[in-house]
Design a protein around this ligand. Structure first.
Ligand SMILES: NC(=O)c1ccc[n+]([C@@H]2O[C@H](COP(=O)([O-])OP(=O)(O)OC[C@H]3O[C@@H](n4cnc5c(N)ncnc54)[C@H](OP(=O)(O)O)[C@@H]3O)[C@@H](O)[C@H]2O)c1
Length: 215
């Protein structure tokens, strides 16, 4: 049993991770600004703003694992990287492992090829900043952390999000930083992404690594 703190634990990805980790008997804290109407029994829901370092430090205190599931949208658009760097620093100070919910665009189509985000001509302009902020975590910020921090950046398949909920199939495929070739259109549902991420937490066999999960 691990003490797992999910920053953004009421969001699309975060709430699925919270539910999966709690169902497996982990001690789970879900942190967000507003409380969810849909609470998982046994989960410790903590309300606060991740832009406040003292609040973050208090919620991360005592964690074995921190999951960063914030999104670079809305008020966090301008501070997403700073907040995630702070989460990484606090996780390292706590000797906790860090799992970051990443984006598809930071993956590569093939070994040695540029990441998808290096050509955004096919993505709508309104999501360019979001994609670039997420990719900067894996390209710059996480590799720059002290070697003592054990992080895993977990990209989903392209079709992931509230716009494409998908169903729980109780299966996933795990790849590295090369996007898994889609068999069913390149999707993963939130519950199956969460199964893969909690398996990674439990197996503890990826260190300072970029992985991806797809059906
Ligand atoms: N295909 C893809 O590549 C893909 C698709 C979707 C998502 N993603 C990635 O997955 C990650 C998570 O996205 P998501 O869609 O799950 O996000 P989401 O549904 O918007 O959830 C964000 C979570 O963060 C919390 N939050 C927001 N601002 C906060 C703050 N200042 N302090 C504390 N908590 C805060 C929200 O709750 P409150 O608002 O109540 O605070 C919520 O729990 C992102 O990095 C995103 O880029 C990738």
């Amino acid at each position: 049993m691990s003490r797992i703190v999910v920053i953004g634990g009421t969001g699309y990805a975060g709430s699925a991770i919270v539910a999966e980790a709690a169902a497996r008997g982990h001690e789970v804290t879900a942190f967000s600004r507003s409380l969810s109407a849909d609470r998982v029994p046994g989960v410790n829901y903590v309300q606060g703003d991740a832009t406040d370092e003292a609040t973050l430090a208090s919620v991360i205190s005592g964690a074995d694992v921190v999951v960063a599931a914030l999104a670079p949208r809305g008020p966090l658009a301008g501070t997403f990287r700073d907040v995630n760097r702070t989460i990484a620093r606090l996780a390292n100070a706590e000797n906790a492992r860090l799992f970051v919910v990443g984006g598809y665009s930071s993956l590569r189509p093939a070994a040695g090829a540029p990441r998808f985000m290096e050509d955004l001509s096919h993505a709508p302009a309104e999501v360019h900043d979001e994609i670039l902020a997420g990719a900067a975590l894996i390209m710059e910020d996480l590799p720059a952390t002290p070697e003592t921090l054990n992080w895993v950046f977990v990209s989903p398949a392209l079709a992931f999000g509230a716009f494409a909920p998908g169903e729980r199939l109780d299966k996933y495929r795990l790849g590295d930083d090369i996007a898994i070739q889609p068999e069913d259109g390149g999707a993963i549902s939130a519950p199956d992404y969460a199964i893969g991420l909690v398996d990674l937490i439990e197996q503890d066999n990826r260190h300072r690594a970029h992985v991806n999960l797809a059906h």
